[in-house]
Design a protein around this ligand. Structure first.
Ligand code: SF4
Length: 476
């Protein structure tokens, strides 16, 4: 998972890019980068948080009225700054690109780029595969008389070759700004605009929270397979290129997106309350009677409040969080994740002591974080601990850019809820059911592959093995 922001206007956009990226920081904390165009590409990338990478002197140098920004969580590729985005190249002329998502047929793409175009890609960063594929397709056009239709045809040819989930933004030197999504619209991309004295400024971002911060008006979500091009005169062109069946990542609502974002006309906070309410039905069937419902801060608050409301049980804040430490799901290694849980959360003893606690989290992936949380609650004197997962059991790896790409790591792929409860030392584990979750999205076709194993792009055993190998390779 990553966050992207592209801005195209009349004045320098670097300050908006930096401020906008800070509001997307929850989507990735490994690295960040910005490229702008002002007769030449101007780029700065680094490891760490946006605020650590961009100081005023750097922002001043990033001149240009169009630019791309990226915050990275490394699911593929190393955490090395060389694999940070955006990525630029000067073939067939200046191109720069950033993306959010994951390419799954990288072996095939690397092979075809080498055999057909003599391009040897030694990076495991998949945006390079999209960019080089795009460049190779663009090269077949009449570059001296490049038209908007040529650019859209190039996007379509690229979409036909790339398998996976991606929302991409790109700068085409002296031509304009491009954005496109994969044919299934798995990853989010929203368009906004701001009216200034000089004209309209457009922004394409992973989430609307970013537009809110910058004072842009939300226009709409991009459709699956859609491409949008803003030319050098500021004219917006649009075409749905290669479109498949929409399969929006439901995990954006469960965990990735910020609660104040609106995706596909749904406020994320409201979606989480709905999921919490829906969980109550399954919970009631267990016959358990908690004294209080608490959340694992901060992403589980809305699930917990929905569940508590529906059960008629008080919601309490039972865990305190150190907000100055990153999110545990999006740090690369398990050791780092466990250390972070210890540093990040502490039980509020008087709330917990002698109580039967229903503790709600967004999901249970490996089980190690959940186990540590149960220990914390027991140490604080909890009488019983029921661990409630707002998502259904995760049983399959996500191959689309979320860091759970090996079945070996996923606890529900091997254990039923009672066994998971024993492993994490809880008195019970209650999951959302997949049917209940799907019932909430009857009017929005979503991807549920990590629960069902049905991958919208199709996934052969060879692709699954390739993704797992690539992940292992990039972790070395
Ligand atoms: S597999 Fe799960 S996390 Fe991955 S895109 Fe689909 S719903 Fe989202």
């Amino acid at each position: 998972m990553c966050g992207i922001l592209g801005i195209c206007g009349q004045d320098d956009v670097a300050y908006d890019l930096v401020f906008g990226l800070t509001s997307l920081q929850h989507r990735g904390q490994d690295a960040a980068g910005i490229v702008t165009f002002d007769r030449a590409f101007r780029m700065r990338k680094g490891r760490g948080l946006v605020s650590q990478i961009f100081q005023e002197e750097h922002i001043e140098q990033l001149r240009g009225s169009c630019g791309l920004g990226h915050v990275r969580y490394a699911t593929m590729g190393s955490t090395d700054v060389l694999d940070a985005q955006p990525v630029a190249l000067n073939y067939p002329f200046g191109l720069a690109m950033a993306h959010n998502g994951n390419v799954v047929n990288f072996s095939e793409l690397r092979r075809s780029l080498y055999e057909e175009h003599h391009r040897l890609l030694d990076t495991s960063n998949d945006v390079a595969l999209i960019l080089y594929t795009f460049a190779a397709e663009l090269e077949t056009k009449d570059l001296k008389n490049l038209t908007v239709e040529d650019i859209f045809d190039t996007v379509e040819a690229t979409q036909n070759k790339i398998q996976g989930a991606y929302s991409a933004i790109a700068l085409i030197a002296n031509h304009g700004f491009l954005a496109f999504t994969d044919p299934y619209g798995i990853r989010p991309l929203v368009m906004g605009r701001k009216f200034t004295g000089e004209g309209v400024v457009y922004a394409l971002a992973s989430e609307t929270t970013c537009l809110d911060y910058l004072g842009y008006e939300m226009m709409r979500d991009l459709d699956p397979g859609e491409a949008l091009f803003i030319d050098a005169d500021g004219q917006v062109h649009q075409r749905v290129c290669h479109c498949g069946h929409q399969a929006f990542c439901v995990f954006e609502y469960i965990y990735f997106a910020r609660e104040d974002s609106i995706i596909h006309n749904r406020l994320v906070a409201n979606e989480r309350v709905r999921m919490g309410r829906s969980l109550a039905r399954t919970f009631q069937k267990t016959g358990l009677s908690p004294d209080i419902v608490i959340d694992v801060p901060s992403s589980a608050y809305f699930f917990a409040s929905g569940l508590a409301e529906e059960l008629g049980v008080p919601y309490r804040r039972g865990l305190a969080k150190n907000n100055h430490i990153g999110r545990s799901f999006i740090t690369p290694s398990q050791t780092q994740r466990e250390r972070l849980v210890r540093q990040k959360l502490n039980a509020i003893r008087d709330v917990i002591r002698d109580k039967k606690i229903a503790v709600v989290d967004d999901s249970i992936v490996r089980g190690t974080t959940s186990k540590r949380l149960v220990q914390l609650l027991r140490q604080a004197g909890a009488k019983e601990v029921y661990f409630v997962s707002a998502s259904p059991p995760i049983k399959y790896p996500c191959i689309y850019g979320i860091d759970m790409s090996s079945t070996r790591e996923i606890i529900a792929a091997h254990y039923d809820p009672d066994q998971v409860a024993r492993y994490i030392e809880a008195d019970a584990v209650v999951y959302q059911t997949l049917d209940d979750l799907q019932a909430l999205y009857e009017d929005l076709p979503c991807c549920y592959a990590c629960f069902s194993g049905e991958y919208p792009t199709g996934a052969t055993p060879a692709i699954l093995e390739d993704v797992a190998k690539e992940k292992a390779r990039s972790n070395r």
